[in-house]
Design a protein. Structure first.
Length: 255
């Protein structure tokens, strides 16, 4: 596992993995090395077939993530391509990903959260992407992701107008899936983890992939059929039906 002093810390226990952004002095912003470490953590989670849910959060109670390190962006050591590599990798994770937003999100940190399947926010948090204020064009893949997931009007408010959106606005816009008090974040996250972990890992993974393809307008009938057959042939369906008949909880195997 990752060193506890590292800027990104991974822990895995049973069916649940946790990734902690661990640089609160810099609002959990990510350097190029931090992004590489983040991607390595994602690869380790993906390789562990026992993991059914991934939770991502930040250290502290002020900021989940301030995105890319402005010092390294200014020096040229960190480019938008690097952030795109991370966000694309995060989006491709096969298991459900929960972002427990312990605080506000800025810049690329807001897109990192947007790549997750569920975003639990806290009252008092806010979102701001200041790209237009510093003359930076946000990475094109990220722009497409904002438009696809939030709609063009909200995307323009965030990216073109560099508006500050508060927690209630983010919930109404669909950026947040849940909104709780700060001291309820851990409990609400645990509840959602508890909802997701007993489910069929194959069905969850397949339907997550099909949802994303539909949102992209990239539905291929042959691929859809192959994914559906993979789900039906996994044995999970038979176990789920048998458990219903026997009035017990299903015992699904590895992802």
């Amino acid at each position: 596992m990752s060193n506890l002093d590292a800027p990104v810390v991974l822990s895995m226990e049973g069916a649940v993995a946790h990734i902690l952004l661990n640089n609160p002095a810099k609002h959990n912003s990510l350097t190029a090395a931090g992004i590489d470490l983040f991607i390595d953590c994602l690869n380790q989670v993906d390789a562990n077939r026992d993991i059914r849910v991934l939770v991502i959060t930040g250290q502290g109670e002020k900021t989940f993530c301030a995105g890319a390190s402005l010092e390294e962006v200014t020096s040229g050591d960190l480019t938008g391509d690097k952030l795109e590599t991370l966000t694309d990798r995060l989006t491709a994770m096969p298991m459900p990903v929960i972002c427990a937003l312990n605080g506000s999100v800025y810049g690329g940190g807001s897109e990192i959260a947007l790549c997750c399947d569920f975003r639990i926010g806290v009252y008092g948090m806010r979102l701001k992407v200041p790209a237009a204020e510093i003359g930076l064009c946000y990475p094109p893949n990220g722009i497409r992701r904002y438009v696809k997931r939030l709609g063009v009007t909200t995307a323009k408010r965030i990216l073109v107008a560099a508006e500050v959106l508060d927690a209630e606005m983010l919930l109404r816009a669909g950026y947040l899936t849940h909104l709780v008090l700060q001291d309820e974040l851990e409990v609400e996250t645990s509840k959602l983890v508890g909802t997701l972990t007993p489910l069929s890992p194959t069905a969850v993974s397949v339907m997550k992939q099909l949802c994303d393809q539909a949102a992209d307008g990239n539905v291929d009938p042959a691929d859809t059929l192959a994914l559906t057959l993979r789900c039906h042939r996994s044995g999970d369906l038979q176990e789920g039906l048998r458990a219903r008949w026997e009035n017990r909880q299903p015992n699904f195997t590895h992802r």
